[in-house]
Design a protein around this ligand. Structure first.
Ligand code: DC
Length: 227
């Protein structure tokens, strides 16, 4: 049986950085589920449709194929064979992803590919509903969070390191992030929430290295591994 580690939490908490480090340390495959919702959001925007209009989004779903491939330097995501891994990393696409992710049709469309890889492979999967819906039987569940301003600052540094959004102030990013978290937490289908059996990890005052050490302790305890 494969081992599944689920990492959920609000945006900017550092889920993907942590998940990548864990995957490297454990030699597991890292699966970034947010990238799949971003791919749908990207295609909706690209087609000139409205990401908050369910009928328009459903029309897009009829004509797209979203796939992903794990590579040594991370995950690549494809829409109809076009590699969109770079194009989906903008604030506009993030918001579109959050909008489309509220629709049950979009969640159903992406569910099976997430479950399939976790069935066959040891994975570290990050998202919003991994511990609650996608992999309710994951052996390890971590809910990673941090203070909103800390998360906004991290997201700003990340966007700047990609050469994007230098015009966005910290307050703009904080506002968008707050709106996106409210969207993600208040939707009816698979909202962002901590699973009852997830361990809460607040890394507001932790470095990346300290966050990894805390997460590895949780993982080793749960998997009964030697430290
Ligand atoms: O993790 P991210 O910022 O790349 O995710 C983008 C959006 O996708 C997020 O605001 C909500 C949605 N999402 C989701 O609904 N469920 C997931 N498992 C992952 C992401």
């Amino acid at each position: 049986m494969s081992i599944n580690i689920a990492i959920d939490g609000p945006s900017g908490a550092g889920k993907s950085s942590l998940a990548k480090l864990i995957a490297k340390q454990m030699s597991y495959v890292y699966v970034d589920t947010g990238a799949l919702y971003r791919a749908v959001g990207y295609q909706v925007l690209n087609s000139g449709k409205d990401p908050s209009d369910e009928t328009q989004v459903d029309q897009i779903l009829e004509n797209i194929d979203v796939t992903f491939r794990s590579e040594p330097d991370g995950q690549r995501v494809f829409v109809n064979d076009e590699d969109v891994s770079g194009s989906i990393r903008t604030m506009k696409v993030a918001m579109a992803a959050s909008d489309v992710s509220a629709f049950p049709s979009v969640r159903a469309f992406l569910l099976e590919s997430q479950r399939k890889i976790a069935r066959d492979t040891d994975v570290v999967m990050d998202g919003r509903d991994i511990g609650t819906v996608v992999l309710p039987d994951a052996q390890v569940k971590i809910f990673l969070t941090a203070a909103p301003r800390t998360r906004a600052l991290r997201r700003m540094l990340e966007l700047q390191s990609r050469g994007e959004a230098c015009s966005n102030s910290l307050d703009d990013i904080l506002e968008q992030m707050t709106q996106r978290d409210a969207n993600d937490s208040s939707r009816n289908t698979a909202p962002l929430r901590q699973a009852d059996d997830a361990v809460l990890l607040d890394n507001t005052d932790l470095s990346e290295e300290q966050t990894l050490a805390a997460a590895m302790k949780i993982i080793k305890d749960k998997l009964d591994m030697e430290t």
